[in-house]
Write a protein that binds this ligand. Structure first.
Ligand SMILES: [Zn+2]
Length: 276
């Protein structure tokens, strides 16, 4: 599933084609959009942004389209003259003077009045959005110490959208590794310096993944590896999908564990468990 950084990059791409433009026409075959075209067509797109893994498109009509792609949804941006030729099911099509922006296959789409966005069932339950500029490292450090999550495992916290919105499977492994936190350790098991480092890694690695197309290792390490001709899958991440290979930091073997069926890769040397 795409994680927060990938959804935010999709929002940027869609925003470039739509923001400041009037939706001249379109198709709205999805049940929650059918008969609602008057809320979108003829109106300007004011903003396109993401919240966690959800996409929000706001119109001058005072309405917002919420969508969540889950595993299968997909956005495309083409020139209006291009025939996209897809076998997927079209859910929404926005036509401007130049572009055609389409949403395919998603099954979680709704329209809601913009002032009521925060009351949406999914959005209302989200934890702090790591990519939100107001969610600083300090905010995250305080949140890690909050009662609600203080006794939950790192492996749980780094995936649960109600704890930290926008994180996902690759970010989970990478953040815990960079912070030196064992996946079974809980915030209450750790000292103050480790909690602060963990909060900084949550913010910095997610922002870097957004700005550098999902690369979570130190950019110098990535460049050096690239220069040696190694494939992207070898250097994009420090531990994720590098199980049974040497850890990029210490050289010992990276191990894989599964939590609720989802893979998590970690280095037992860099991430020793502190739980007694
Ligand atoms: Zn290591």
């Amino acid at each position: 599933m795409p994680e927060g950084p990938e959804i935010r990059r999709a929002a940027d791409r869609i925003g470039k084609a739509l923001i400041g433009k009037t939706v001249q026409a379109g198709q709205w075959p999805y049940p929650s959009l059918i008969d609602q075209s008057h809320l979108i067509e003829g109106h300007e797109v004011l903003s396109v942004t993401s919240r966690g893994k959800a996409m929000l498109i706001r119109f001058s009509s005072g309405w917002t389209m919420y969508s969540h792609n889950q595993l299968y949804g997909r956005w495309t941006v083409h020139l209006r003259t291009t025939d996209p030729r897809s076998n997927r099911s079209l859910r929404a099509e926005f036509l401007t003077d130049k572009h055609a922006v389409r949403l395919w296959s998603a099954t979680d789409i709704s329209l809601l009045p913009t002032p009521e966005e925060n009351g949406h069932t999914f959005l209302a339950r989200l934890g702090p959005d790591v990519l939100d500029e107001h969610v600083t490292t300090e905010v995250l450090a305080k949140h890690l110490r909050s009662m609600k999550i203080y006794r939950k495992k790192g492996a749980t916290l780094m995936l649960d959208q109600r704890s930290f919105a926008g994180l996902g499977n690759y970010l989970r492994s990478e953040i815990l590794h960079a912070a030196g936190v064992h996946p079974d350790d809980r915030p209450c098991d750790l000292d103050e310096a480790t909690l602060d480092r963990w909060a900084k890694c949550i913010k910095d690695i997610t922002v870097q993944a957004y700005e550098h197309k999902g690369i979570t290792v130190d950019l110098d390490v990535a460049e050096a590896s690239k220069a040696r001709g190694e494939p992207r899958r070898m250097w994009r991440h420090a531990v994720f999908c590098r199980n049974d290979r040497p850890c990029l930091s210490c050289g010992n073997l990276v191990l894989r564990k599964r939590y609720a069926g989802r893979r998590l890769d970690y280095c037992p040397t860099c991430q020793p468990s502190l739980r007694s």
